[in-house]
Design a protein around this ligand. Structure first.
Ligand code: SAM
Length: 675
């Protein structure tokens, strides 16, 4: 064995540096959009986050009833929902030395990458591999799974990460010694915990966050090669979801198969591959096509947030997975439309057309400044429980000119005046945060005083803003989806949220204030005709079944939906944005043609904003009629958004998706579906 001496004086055995095998998954046949590609796969092993240890079963991840108050007798770190789960998982908890790890480190000491959860998962995995007689001769691939060990520990210049992995490996080794009744006093040398370090690298390379049906992260898991061989793309053709062991009944053929992309010494012996046990009660993973995939084409998922601009995606993929993405979206020359929008800023005091092509001096400084402002506002909301201040800061971030002194390549200092582009990724984050921060402010205000008229107008104005921002976010994502169809996953969430927010505005009691003394009876919204122009509701009632051509159905329903919302939105947008602020700049949240003309002459951006005083000429009975009409139109729009969001969720996550059930129950409450 060759030894390698690195700058921190750790002595590690240098693994074989030969060319490595690279694996991927390919489609066995032509596969249309919206198809499950593999049967649900059980996990190899799982670990709950520290924050969910008390609330969820450590074996099957199902929610537990609230725990009894702590006593001297119930000082357990992990809990189970049943005897069956306990008998399945407790032996691994003890024999992997996870139990001893908890006793050594009752409070999670490792908070950054690798976290204490990663280390517990690594202990479990190491034990499972040893029990299945797996080999540790090739530390680049253990149990069939790639570790990136050499890249992380030897070739990379991120010494901090390498140091953290070694610290974690030592902590694992101490827990394992304690389990074996050995002394834990002496210092553990790096060469004594090489295998532990390699398993941590395996976990960092292959583990996925496991979510519950509401999208909350419960813990992390490693799945076998059928999932772990799937590579990343920023323009993926597949998504994944989790289901319980009970949900996964029924036979499904595997439509994808492993393929070797680069062969070399140290290939994969089929007997060294480990598989998850069907007995395991933990969440299964299923992969699904979100685009049509041709036979023999590679199946790809995303490892990162696709609404980030290229530079942020590349940096995250490098720091977490140690590769430079060369997918078609990252390679695009010139930059793809979506990446151009996500990073575009509008400079008002420079003639950009006169800038030399090497003058890309704006990027990093400006991005950092914008991200700082965004994070500061989000902190006010989430850490300091001050949604109002968050909204104020974000409205300023979106509306005002920012200035920044930057250094040009030629050493010259230049003062830039710039503003966010409405489709910039910081703008999209701001819309998302504003929608929920206004919603929370409404509940807080109503909780204070819901009686007087005076106290109803402010929450009503905030409800309008919340609805407007959620519609703008969904519309902006749909606009980007037209050039990058893998955005279907966020689009599904955003349309559903927009639908819910619009319906909650429709149900606001403040509408009665517009009745001028006369009581506006609850207008029977459910009895108004839903829509004669599209088949969305009928298709929803059929649960989007019986399609003979999934690709064509997707295109058809999208076009029907866009046709309807493009017609409906201008009738209510003026009303939603009446309160002013940044929203007044947005001419239309669905059809972004206005961006072209408005953005090319930036100086007109703020001053030319459309005036939406839609009801200034209305009074008395007219005003009442006007508001009833607005309310019905908002309702109609909300229903369209909900149904389309549910449709997209069936494409990404099947007809049994949680969003589909949520929309079903909302439509039942609204009287549109029979319960
Ligand atoms: C979960 S594994 C995927 C399967 C892996 N290719 C293998 O050979 O087993 C993740 C690792 O695969 C590699 N990988 C995944 N997507 C990639 C991409 N788009 N470009 C380059 N390497 C990629 C990286 O090394 C990454 O850390």
């Amino acid at each position: 064995m060759t030894y390698y001496q690195d700058s921190r004086r750790f002595l590690l055995p240098l693994p074989c540096l030969s060319k490595l095998v690279k694996m991927e998954m390919r489609a066995k046949y032509d596969i249309p959009i919206g198809q499950d590609l593999i049967p649900p796969i059980p996990p190899l092993c799982l670990s709950l986050h520290h924050s969910t240890l008390l609330s969820h079963c450590s074996s099957c991840f199902s929610p537990l009833p609230p725990p009894p108050p702590p006593s001297n007798n119930n000082h357990h770190f992990i809990h189970y929902c049943s005897l069956q789960c306990s008998s399945l998982d407790a032996p691994l908890h003890f024999s992997s030395s996870e139990f001893h790890f908890f006793h050594l480190f009752p409070q999670p000491p490792y908070t950054s990458f690798p976290t204490s959860t990663d280390l517990r998962l690594s202990l479990r995995l190491l034990h499972i591999i040893q029990e299945s007689k797996g080999s540790f001769l090739n530390l680049e691939r253990i149990g069939g799974l790639v570790t990136n060990f050499k890249k992380v520990m030897f070739l990379d210049d991120d010494q901090e990460l390498c140091g953290r992995i070694l610290d974690g490996a030592k902590a694992m080794a101490i827990a394992r010694r304690m389990r074996d009744g050995l002394s834990t006093n002496g210092e553990i040398l790096a060469e004594e915990c090489t295998v532990e370090a390699a398993v941590i690298c395996l976990v960092l390379t292959n583990a996925v966050e496991v979510h519950d049906k509401d999208g909350r992260s419960l813990g992390v898991g490693v799945y076998d090669v059928m999932f772990s061989y799937i590579n990343h793309s920023c323009s993926p053709n597949a998504s994944y979801r989790f289901c319980t062991a009970l949900d996964s009944i029924g036979e499904l053929e595997c439509r994808i198969c492993p393929a070797v992309t680069e062969t070399g010494v140290g290939g994969i012996e089929s007997e060294s591959i480990i598989n998850g046990s069907e007995e395991c009660g933990g969440p299964r993973i299923i992969v699904r096509s979100i685009k049509g995939i041709q036979k023999n084409k590679e199946v790809l998922i995303t490892y990162t947030d696709l609404l980030q601009p290229k530079v942020m995606r590349l940096s995250e993929l490098w720091s977490k997975y140690r590769f430079s993405c060369c997918c078609k979206r990252c390679r695009g020359m010139p930059t793809t439309y979506i990446d151009h929008c996500l990073q575009e800023i509008l400079i008002s005091n420079l003639d950009c057309s006169n800038m030399a092509s090497g003058d890309n001096f704006v990027g990093d400084h400006v991005m950092e400044k914008l991200m700082d402002c965004l994070n500061d506002a989000i902190d006010d909301f989430l850490s300091f429980n001050n949604p109002k201040s968050c909204c104020e800061k974000l409205e300023i971030l979106l509306t005002q000119d920012h200035d920044e002194v930057v250094l040009k390549r030629n050493g010259e200092n230049i003062r830039l005046l710039f503003r966010l582009y409405p489709l910039h990724h910081v703008s999209l984050h701001a819309y998302m945060t504003l929608s929920s921060a206004y919603k929370v402010s409404v509940s807080e205000l109503l909780a204070l005083d819901s009686e007087s008229d005076e106290h109803q107008t402010e929450p009503f104005s905030m409800s309008r803003k919340s609805a407007a921002y959620s519609l703008l976010l969904a519309g902006a994502t749909q606009h980007l989806l037209e050039s990058e169809s893998s955005l279907i996953v966020p689009a599904s969430n955003f349309w559903t949220t927009a639908g819910e927010t619009l319906l909650s505005l429709v149900r606001s009691s403040t509408w009665n204030l517009f009745s001028r003394g006369r009581h506006v009876g609850e207008i029977s919204l459910s009895s108004c005709r839903i829509c004669s122009k599209c088949t969305l509701l009928d298709r929803f009632r059929d649960k989007f079944t019986d399609s003979h051509d999934e690709n064509a159905e997707f295109a058809e329903l999208t076009s029907q939906f866009l046709g309807c919302v493009t017609d409906i939105t201008p009738k209510i947008w003026g009303f939603l944005v009446e309160e002013g602020g940044y929203l007044k700049v947005v001419e239309d949240p669905i059809n972004f043609r206005w961006l072209g003309s408005r953005m090319s002459s930036f100086t007109h951006f703020a001053t030319n904003a459309t005036s939406h005083n839609a009801d200034e000429t209305h009074s008395g009975f007219e005003a009442e009629e006007y508001h009833n009409e607005i309310r019905v139109t908002l309702f109609l729009l909300g229903i369209h958004c909900l149904i389309y969001g549910a449709f997209l969720s069936t494409v990404c996550f099947s007809r049994h998706s949680p969003l589909m059930s949520k929309v079903e129950s909302i439509l039942c409450v609204e009287g549109i579906l029979n319960g």
